[in-house]
Design a protein around this ligand. Sequence first.
Ligand code: PLP
Length: 423
Amino acid sequence: MHTYHTPLDLVRERSPERPVALARPGAVAVAARWFQDNFKGDVFYAVKANPSPWVIETLADNGVASFDVASVPEIELVARHAPGARMAFMHPVKSRAAIAQAYFDQGVKTFALDTHEELAKILEATGGADDLSLIVRLAVSAEGAAYSLSGKFGCEPHEAPALLLAARRATQDRMGVSFHVGSQCMRPTAFQAAMAQASRAIVRAGVMVDVVDVGGGFPSVYPGMVPPQMADYADSIHRGFADMMVHEDTELWCEPGRALVAEASSVLVKVELKKGDALYLNDGSYGSLFDAAHAKWPFPVKLMRGGAGEANEVEGPLKPFRFYGPTCDSLDHMPGPFWLPEDVREGDYVEIGMLGAYGIAMNTRFNGFGDAETVAVEDAPMASMFGLAGRSIRLPREREEEDRKVVRLSRPKGSAGKKRRRR
Ligand SMILES: Cc1ncc(COP(=O)(O)O)c(C=O)c1O
């Protein structure tokens, strides 16, 4: 992977025609080390968030030795780029062929389930193996999360005790519980509440668990979303774990996806046309901008202009723009608003930040587009949960409001003076 000092250097040297994924391995390394140093348990990276080989390798080089995988291709990817890593097959619904391949060909022994049927499938597909770690996924509240992950998976509280008991009886090895509080969880106490719910299910089942897996959900920074400190999430989990009915050797696991990679990638796109407040770009909802289109997240942007060995960041009065992607589908629309200098024009480049999680990972080849190359850059991300940049991205409207507050705050000085003079 070629390295440029900054995205501007890439524009200056190459004026790329295709979208470019900008990789910041340094940011992945910092996030990985934060989790190693602050989470009192095992960290499994949720590969789905960003399966790029450079991500897997950087995590492995920085102490992440465990991976949450959801498919055989993800297992093969991890085996290739982090040889010897431990893997947990955490998709609650797997084909018999995938279970057998994971167990017999790749040595995967940890499997998630949320039904008795899946438990039977796992036991049959592994030939009645007695060395399995069976993790029962519980449905928990997703209040406080931008994306709920409880609708599709997770065993309901009234069904949990019977399934926990069946899983306990089915393995000589480890049995545990897991849940997912929802992605981009803005409330640290959601973890503690979910752990209390898991603890109640364990007590009702009358079993001991060997693993408590708190899943993913750790947030990143996006415009309009300023999460609490990451340390608050670790505190909530550690407090929740201390209150659970578990034995002394019960292991604590987590499966962060977004938090490890979100800030570590942005995408450099080219403006192909400006039509009023709409910018037509060479990447879109079928490429890296799925969340910008479907969740309507207004990702942070920077404008660059360059060519023939020159390039500059463009500043100036900002205006809200919408984006269209390159495909012929009208759904390929990102409403934003994306605040860019009003004189943005065809041929300019836009760096769209905070796309390391569920950005590149969502790329399709629809309509012949989506073929992005990846280069490394060495500058800081646009925002950071780990001290590499600010922990908030203010929208221009918020900036204006804050400026007005400053003006209002400075007024009383004068008015107080007037009052004093009147007295
Ligand atoms: C089982 C499981 N674990 C972990 C994750 C990662 O979640 P996040 O990216 O919100 O940390 C997901 C996301 O879908 C998941 O399904």
